[in-house]
Design a protein around this ligand. Structure first.
Ligand SMILES: Nc1ncnc2c1ncn2[C@@H]1O[C@H](COP(=O)(O)OP(=O)(O)O)[C@@H](O)[C@H]1O
Ligand SMILES: [Mg+2]
Length: 265
């Protein structure tokens, strides 16, 4: 299980500092919710954990993040293997323009993880069982994402035909298919209707037995329902972080109290 430890992290976009001296030990195999008002730095903090901020040239990062004791910001860090270990689900699903089946099989195929890797018989011919192995893998990840029953008869339809709630669970299946240890999810239910949102939440509760899940949400009710641990950001500062039950029952900081009571949002 990968362990994430954030050490004195500062992040700026140009000269606008959006994360200020964040140090945080992420608890393993729990659902950690990063909460706070819009613009307080939640997405930035989430993306810093698998180096997705690198895609923006303006970003300046100081401090460090350790994954399994190794700095992810040092030169020579293998970003591809980092992103394989720490999967990211964006706010809106972007299915690949291919079938449901191929969306899930895509990652295992490129990472060569797969049951689908061509296996050869002694005579050099491909074994036909390799295809079956990939089918089993696709089924496994769709089940883990809570989507199998809804799509098992539509596997070869284009993924874009699924409802947005199904597409978001497909995004989860795709992340799971890379066999990550940590799942980062940025407001994963914000584009979904309430019923689909509940399905995604339910799936996270199942998955936390085996994965560390870090979710960004600005919905306090969702954090209450889902989170084991809360990280509260306000204007780039980490104001308070603790187990969720304690956070809601005994907030210490005045800003936390104001946020929980709805005085600031
Ligand atoms: N790519 C970017 N370039 C410049 N500023 C950005 C960029 N992304 C976010 N910001 C700014 O950084 C701050 C934090 O943004 P973000 O991490 O997206 O907050 P949240 O997810 O909490 O809404 C905001 O003031 C936002 O405008
Ligand atoms: Mg955000």
């Amino acid at each position: 299980m990968s362990h994430i430890k954030i050490e004195k992290l500062n992040v700026s976009y140009g000269n606008h500092q959006v994360l200020k001296n964040i140090s945080l030990d992420i608890p393993d195999r729990q659902i950690v919710a990063i909460i706070g008002p819009s613009g307080c730095g939640k997405t930035t903090l989430l993306k810093s954990m698998n180096r997705l901020l690198d895609l923006n040239e303006e970003v300046v990062t100081t401090g460090d993040i350790m994954v399994d004791g190794a700095s992810i910001y040092h030169n020579g860090m293998d970003v591809t293997s980092l992103r394989k270990k720490i999967g990211f689900i964006p706010q809106r699903p972007y299915p690949l323009p291919m079938s449901v089946f191929d969306n899930v099989a895509f990652g295992p195929r490129i990472h060569g993880l797969n049951g689908g890797r061509p296996e050869k018989n002694d005579d050099g011919h491909l074994k036909s069982k390799s295809k079956t192995n990939m089918s089993l893998l696709v089924e496994r990840y769709l089940r883990l994402a809570g989507l199998w029953d809804e799509v098992k008869d539509r596997l070869h339809e284009p993924a874009v035909k699924l409802s947005i709630g199904q597409q978001q669970r497909l995004a989860l299946a795709r992340v799971l298919s890379i066999e990550p240890e940590v799942i980062l999810a940025d407001e994963p239910t914000s584009a979904l209707d309430p019923v689909s949102a509940k399905l995604v939440e339910a799936q996270f509760k199942v998955l936390k037995e085996n994965y560390t899940i870090i979710i960004v949400t600005h919905i306090l009710r969702q954090a209450r329902r889902l989170a084991d641990y809360i990280v509260f950001l306000y204007l780039g500062d980490m104001v308070e972080h603790k187990p969720a039950a304690e956070f809601f029952a005994r907030p210490e900081d005045e800003k936390t109290k104001a946020y929980i009571s709805g005085e600031i949002s």
